[in-house]
Ligand binder design. Structure first.
Ligand SMILES: [Zn+2]
Length: 451
């Protein structure tokens, strides 16, 4: 039936055009001398200027004024209106087929967002053409301008504050906010309201959205804190994200740390493992760094009781907070002597970063290399290997250790010497001589590290 619309459009278009032509050019002078105000024909000729119109009394100064074209502006306006109607009729079939959203500017779509019903609404569909989604169909980012992101964030806030909004609308707004980045802070109030009203199904999304603009929106901290330490949050699906969100407010550590310490204290002593949340609490405290000092004592206390992977996290957190604190030093030292390679590596990395720690540690390890107990010598050699090139001051003791009676100690010493030599790009004579060792395993190890 589109032809009816097109036919009407053609009629309106041609009619409007004709009317416009007539109203503007239909009544030209054609040699007549007319008053430019009342259009009275003054005469076939005028003898002298100025001349006065006998009808309306206007004084006309020049001949040109008497040759004016009479324009009917009201009819021009009517013609324009008809032309606009014609244009509207012409695009009607297309709009009926595709919907107006296809032709609307992005900003108009954003302004209409709060009235759209996901997921089928053309407004949503065309707006989503500006979004990048990941493999799970989650919106990752938008290629909108920053001010458009801010405008969209306010529209999302309007949806979340609207009691009439549907679940689909709320969910879409919540999934969209993290993609808007720092601009999503415009939706802070309704997000905090979700936490305070304890809308269970939306808690994770709300906290995740808050994470996307933290550390802006510090007003969220009290709500996040209350949620983190609430009894029913233990093991809940959103708890880890809440803890991480508190970690995002590192600059406001004095507010964010106490609830994390409460969580740390809630883990019963001897509770091995402790689950994912404990790991997140420990890592978050480490991420906060020196501001998390109130948690130091408990971390040191907790480390020996938890599983090795959590112990490594404890040591890493302690290292980021204050490794030079007196109770922390033995923990890092013990980590360096540990059999678990990750615990050793984490402890070594902290030790190497802090000069006073390194000096005292090297003293202890050098002493350990000379110990009676072969286990103690082994742990010392292994720890020196973990320290890498920082173990250089222990070189001569390590060279002595390559002649140890215990093969494992010899091998660790060779590796440690190789790490030192590599950083100095200098050949080690001791390693050269070891390639001819009577023990084939040691000789092979020496050749391998020299290669
Ligand atoms: Zn006149």
């Amino acid at each position: 039936m589109a032809w009816i619309w097109y036919a009407c459009a053609i009629v309106c278009g041609t009619g409007g055009l004709a009317l416009m032509g007539w109203s503007l050019f239909g009544d030209r002078s054609r040699g007549r001398l007319r008053c430019p105000r009342c259009w009275y024909q003054i005469g076939p000729a005028v003898e002298a200027y100025p001349v006065t119109c006998p009808e309306c009394g206007r004084t006309i100064a020049r001949a040109k004024l008497l040759h004016r074209t009479r324009r009917r502006w009201r009819w021009t306006a009517v013609a324009l209106l008809i032309a606009v109607v014609g244009g509207g009729l012409a695009v009607t079939p297309t709009l009926q087929r595709d919907g107006w959203a296809k032709y609307a500017p992005t900003t108009v779509l954003i302004l209409a967002y709060r009235y759209a019903q996901p997921p089928k609404d053309p407004i949503i569909i065309h707006l989503e053409s500006h979004f990048q989604k990941n493999d799970w169909d989650q919106i990752e980012s938008t290629n909108l301008r920053p001010w458009q992101n801010a405008l969209l964030a306010r529209q999302c806030a309007a949806v979340l504050s609207d009691d009439e909004a549907s679940v689909a609308q709320r969910n879409h707004a919540l999934s969209l906010l993290p993609a808007l980045g720092p601009r999503a802070v415009a939706a802070l109030d309704p997000l905090v309201a979700i936490i305070e009203e304890d809308r269970k199904d939306e808690l994770w999304d709300a906290v995740n959205a808050i994470r996307s603009f933290a550390p802006a929106g510090e007003r969220a901290i009290p709500a996040l804190t209350a949620l983190a330490v609430r009894a029913d949050s233990t093991g809940a699906y959103y708890t880890d994200t809440v803890i991480e969100a508190l970690g995002d407010y590192g600059p406001a550590a004095e507010e964010a740390v106490p609830p994390l310490v409460v969580l740390l204290n809630n883990v019963p002593k001897g509770h091995f493992g402790g689950g994912a949340s404990l790991k997140v609490v420990i890592q978050t405290l480490g991420r906060i760094g020196p501001g998390a000092a109130p948690s130091l004592r408990r971390l040191v206390q907790l480390a020996p009781d938890v599983l090795p992977h959590l112990r490594a996290d404890c040591i890493e957190a302690v290292g980021a907070i204050d490794p030079l604190d007196a109770p922390c030093r033995p923990l890092i030292m013990a980590g360096l002597l540990d059999a678990e390679v990750r615990i050793r590596d984490v402890s070594a990395a902290i030790t190497v970063r802090h000069e006073p720690l390194l000096t005292s540690t090297l003293d202890v390890l050098i002493e350990g290399l000379n110990a009676e107990d072969p286990q103690e010598r082994l742990r010392a050699a292994r720890a020196l290997l973990s320290l890498g090139s920082a173990a250089a001051p222990a070189r001569s003791q390590l060279e002595t250790a390559t002649r140890d009676g215990d093969r494992a100690i010899r091998l660790f010493a060779i590796e440690a010497l190789a790490a030192i030599a590599k950083s100095e790009s200098k050949d080690s004579l001791v390693l050269e001589s070891l390639t001819q060792d009577h023990d084939p395993v040691v000789a092979r190890a020496a050749r391998r590290v020299l290669r």
